[in-house]
Design a binder for this molecule. Sequence first.
Ligand SMILES: NC(=O)c1ccc[n+]([C@@H]2O[C@H](COP(=O)([O-])OP(=O)(O)OC[C@H]3O[C@@H](n4cnc5c(N)ncnc54)[C@H](O)[C@@H]3O)[C@@H](O)[C@H]2O)c1
Length: 429
Amino acid sequence: MGSNGTIRVGVVGVGRGQSFARGAGPSVGMELVALCDTWESRLKEVGASFGVATYSDYDRFLEHDLDAVILANYFHQHAPFAIQALAAGKHVMSETSANKTLAEAVALCRAVEASGCTYMLAENYPYTAFNQELARLYREGEIGRVLYAEGEYNHPMSPEDRMRISPGRNHWRNVLPSTYYCTHALAPLMCITDTRPVTVNGLSSAGQEINRHTVRTRDPGSVILCRMDNGAVFRIMGLGLPGHSNWYRLHGTRGAMEITRGAGYFGPGEVRVWHEPWDVPEGTELERTYVPDWPEHGDLARAAGHGGGDFWTCFHFANAIHAGGQPYLDVYRGVTMSSAGILAWKSALEDGRPFEVPDFRDEAARARRGAFWAAWSRARRIWSMRGGSGGRVGMRGSRRQAGRTDTRACRTHRSGGASRRIRPRGGTP
Ligand SMILES: NC(=O)c1ccc[n+]([C@@H]2O[C@H](COP(=O)([O-])OP(=O)(O)OC[C@H]3O[C@@H](n4cnc5c(N)ncnc54)[C@H](O)[C@@H]3O)[C@@H](O)[C@H]2O)c1
């Protein structure tokens, strides 16, 4: 650690990673010291604006004097990067998703255990003011035990914006099954109720016309039904269907609560709680709707992105490192929610058959469920069978490489085992 116990942080990926570069500051006891990206021109620009060391090679980046690594590289390449950083003795906070296969989930759990380092999934949606308020109400027993809940992260974007943030046919956003991006909808519900999914059923909606002005080849939306470990049923919906919606609702044995729907990224940010007239807990109103405040650190959270979530992930990561332990969004919860999305896609391919989500804390369950499986290779086969049709190709200049990196990773998935290390190198993206 630096002077005064400051955590020296390096960030991988200068797209989304810039939020972490800004967030890893003195307010959470961190200092940004290095950035890494294979997109060299952008890396230089961003590195100069932050005034820190830059690396286009991940191995060399890990040799920098760092305590912690924040991973905001490609969605499906986080686990191998995390495993390598943990082996080098670095604490890791990883963007979603934690893993792209169940075998990677097992390898990641083992890597965290062997390293003794802190690992956190940077799921920021549980940390909006309203989701923290729902968690407080739940802890205090306002709605009793959850029986049913709904979470939606449905974030359609204009074709121009989708092409801008997902350049190239092989960019992960263009081949990603919609169930894989389930954590923004599922994580808040898991955190509010402290439950985890034990089985999932997935169903996906086709709608190729939604993708006709982009190169995306996958479904625009899906629903996952999760049976939770307390018996409750959660419905998770996303991802890019027309009709934006970030929304959460929970029904319990003694009432219900939700965030209200409405215009805006998170709607009006209100919490609504209601009860049945014959069962209103003492000292509680039949129904109330209000805009909740932050539990603490409102000034810092309000200045951060994603409804304050981007402050809280850095805050909890730093606190866990200082405490020498693991945060609430630890590796087990991280791989569980990521694997729920993977298994839901398997289920959708079989029209909704239930799939068990392993308990990754249990070595026996890991051994049984360590199967190597990924939708990526299948996505690419379908793509090549279609002869590559499906819209304009939005690759320009140096970002063309983004697709190549994806391709290389897919090849590695097909041929490699759980512990095989992917070391994408060099190249200007
Ligand atoms: N939690 C949120 O609110 C939120 C919002 C946006 C993105 N994300 C996540 O952040 C991650 C990154 O997304 P993005 O929007 O920046 O788009 P992206 O995935 O296209 O960008 C990834 C960046 O990593 C770089 N990169 C790729 N391979 C690399 C390597 N081997 N070494 C170094 N750098 C490499 C790329 O050049 C690119 O700049 C994804 O996992 C995404 O899901 C999360």
